[in-house]
Design a binder for this molecule. Sequence first.
Ligand SMILES: NC(=O)N[C@@H](CC(=O)O)C(=O)O
Ligand SMILES: [Zn+2]
Ligand SMILES: [Zn+2]
Length: 426
Amino acid sequence: MSIFIQNITAVNADGIQKNVDILIEGERITEMGMGLARNAARVIDGAGLTAFPGFLEMHCHLRDPGLVHKEDIVTGTRAAAAGGYTAVCCMPNTKPVTDSAEVVRYIIEKAKKSGFAEVLPVAAVTRGMRGEELTDFAGLLKAGAVAFSDDGMPVAEDEIILAAMRRAKELHALLMLHEEDLAKRGNGVVHDGENARKAGIAGIPRAIEETMTARDIFYAEKLGVPIHICHVSTAGSVELVRRAKANGVPVTCETGPHYFSITDEKILDRNPNAKVNPPLREKEDMLAVRQGIADGTIDVIATDHAPHSEEEKAREIEDAPFGMIGFETALPLTVTNLLCPGIIGLTDIARLLSKRPHELLGIAGGELKKNVCADITICDTNEKFVYNKDMIASKAKNSPFLGMELRGRVCYTIRKGKFTYDRQAD
Ligand SMILES: NC(=O)N[C@@H](CC(=O)O)C(=O)O
Ligand SMILES: [Zn+2]
Ligand SMILES: [Zn+2]
């Protein structure tokens, strides 16, 4: 099928082209420029809309295999496509853990057959994510893993993280690190601050994230190995990464939309949907995260989409699992809380949600131009809407943003020249 997108604002990380036409034939963008001849099976009027290179999610949980009461590859990628994502990296805390070539192949094959986005599996660093023995990095890469992480758990032992870094360096593989000193977390469930005390909920201090972040930056510098820090949430973590980058340490990092949009005030009413790990922090942290995004300290916005069933999230906040869904609110929260207040511009959205994730993973894409694969996210950055449950494509509904008015919506997602999301047709 051919698609003609007429008169749209096309945004790349390095610039904006207004009033351009984009012709898609087969899987590729075959023409891009002003005043092209309109000749295609499907025509999209792009007036007032913005086209970005397809978003790449670096960090999400699809829960498949084994935890499909929360989400599966079909529902998860459907939600990803509705959020503008053409590709997603899924974390290995599945059942069984994604620590073997068989599970990696299962994920890739199921996604190919029935998914709405490219799925790029992240394999476990240690067998069973138990933090004891390294997995077969070479075999997992060969099977199609794109990076390594024990996300959900830190790699606690120094000898093990050092061995993982040495192996990653040999194989040019990326380590994505969940930074948390579990031994010290105790029974904490929300950020350790005034609001936790008011609500009478046990807290998780910032230091639990920051000490592990500092340890891993220290080792990455010593060994000269690139590491990527997952879900940075505190002002201190942002500062650690900023200083490390200034000193030439090969460290990159991501944050989630919730860390630049809301604070731990959201837990005052004990809402289990506001329980996430690392926890929602205080205003000064939220502002530091925004600043880190603006000055390039934070490379990537990754949602950490972490679906849980309604039954699991109906428990008391102490007993409900950590995590919130994120695909379908990522662009709206970015537009509402970063673009509208002028903290970032449109080109930064292309960089944070597409270009940088492609670069960090060493995957082609992240650019809109002639002759590249037609992975395109088309948005209305002015549309306002109230986010409600009926809109959610994910199997899970655990979002703290329900009922909020947001600005910026995905209209269409095109992957390899085919619509994977079309709001008009929904
Ligand atoms: N972020 C979360 O609160 N939960 C994640 C695990 C993780 O990302 O650490 C999950 O798998 O549910
Ligand atoms: Zn994590
Ligand atoms: Zn995660």
